[in-house]
Design a protein around this ligand. Structure first.
Ligand code: GTP
Ligand code: MG
Length: 357
């Protein structure tokens, strides 16, 4: 505030004496100092990385608890729910609300122009698959900054697409790393090696840049997803792809019976939220696989339905349904996308990668 007033004063004085360089010099205000002051004023408009401890009620101990629960910056606190913050920091709900409100006040949160959204969209990258049919279906490939869900029956190619994306990302950016959250023990380094040969990538270098984590249950899976941000912020890894294969298997196995459905969906929702935030805040491509179950009451069309219900469906930006086609081929169908038409892409899984069929 004081600085802004000073700038205004300087600019006013400068305007009064505009064209009278001598007077300006006498006042000891030169072009550079005005520019410098203006520049500082402009910089003041940019939200700075504010220290979490500057928020009321957040001491060093609370800040440490928040850090270890994944609240690394003021933005993450500003968008958190009071319940989540209570849990993370061990404070009362009233204090949590106060912290969140202070975090919101300290940030510029609100609307942005369509131009700004377009500029952000320009940062989105598309990961091609090797099959031009699938790439065309997805407008160039799998998008960063979004969650893409692939669902289909066993052997329909979900895990293979996950492996292919890993190799494609690593071959396109020598500094990139990927995260593979494996719930079914189906990650295969041998397959990565074979796919690396297909794109001419050194497989030892590729394997070093794949962070694989075996998730033993749904809680572990959720925790692993929450840890990815730390890999970026604390270890400086350039993560460009996160694969969760399979997203729903643990949830499906652990929550049996109608009575547990609400809890399952609540947890899935939280998990999808973590993944969604990760994809958009870090411009990461999140690829999740999902199983299907048969719908016994369906008389027409495909009698299969994806697991996870509306929670998974709505949280995914793109949804692809995979099915087995004729002569060993596979067909990818785009079911849901914010900006692309629905369509089908026939492809096949081969040794060196995916190919059009
Ligand atoms: P579930 O996880 O069981 O639901 O199946 P999925 O959809 O993940 O299928 P996955 O991607 O594992 O396999 C799809 C198909 O890819 C298989 O049926 C095989 O035909 C083919 N495939 C799997 N591994 C290889 C491989 O190493 N080389 C080649 N050429 N094809 C493979
Ligand atoms: Mg699989």
């Amino acid at each position: 505030m004081a600085r802004a007033a000073k700038v205004e004063n300087i600019i006013m004085q400068k305007n009064e004496v505009f064209g009278t360089k001598k007077v300006v010099d006498e006042m000891n205000i030169n072009e550079e100092s005005v520019l410098e002051t203006e520049k500082n004023a402009v910089e003041d408009d940019v939200p700075e990385a504010i220290d979490v401890t500057s928020l009321p009620g957040v001491g060093a101990a609370t800040a440490e608890k928040l850090q270890s629960s994944g609240f690394h910056d003021v933005l993450s606190i500003a968008v958190a729910s009071p319940g989540k913050l209570c849990e993370a920091a061990g404070v009362s709900e009233a204090v949590a609300r106060k912290i969140i409100n202070a975090a919101r006040d300290s940030m510029k949160m609100g609307f942005e122009t369509g131009t700004q959204v377009l500029a952000r969209r320009a940062k989105v990258m598309r990961i091609p698959t090797g099959s031009s049919n699938i790439d065309a279906l997805l407008g160039g490939g799998f998008e960063t900054g979004a969650i893409t869900e692939c669902f289909g029956e066993f052997g329909s190619g979900k895990t293979q697409i996950g492996h292919v994306l890993v190799v494609q990302v690593l071959s396109r950016d020598p500094k990139a790393s990927v995260v593979y959250i494996d719930t079914e023990n189906t990650f295969r380094p041998e397959r990565i090696k074979e796919l690396c040969v297909g794109v001419g990538l050194d497989y030892e270098d590729a394997l070093r840049r794949i962070m694989v984590a075996r998730a033993y249950n749904s809680d572990h899976q959720m925790l692993l997803a929450e840890k990815v941000e730390g890999l970026i912020k604390e270890q400086g890894k350039k993560i460009k792809l996160v694969v969760v294969d399979s997203l729903t298997a643990h949830f499906r196995a652990e929550f049996i019976g109608r009575g547990t459905l609400a809890e399952r969906q609540q947890k899935l929702n939280r998990h999808m939220h973590t993944l969604g935030k990760l994809s958009s805040s870090q411009n990461i491509c999140v690829f999740v696989t999902n199983q299907v179950m048969s719908k016994p009451d369906s008389f027409f069309g495909d009698p299969t339905v994806a697991i996870g219900g509306h929670i998974v469906a709505h949280a995914s930006t793109f949804r692809i349904y995979l099915r087995k086609g004729r002569k060993g081929s596979r067909v990818a169908k785009l079911i849901d996308s914010p900006n692309l038409p629905e369509g089908e892409a026939p492809f096949e899984v081969t040794g060196p990668g995916l190919k059009d069929f």
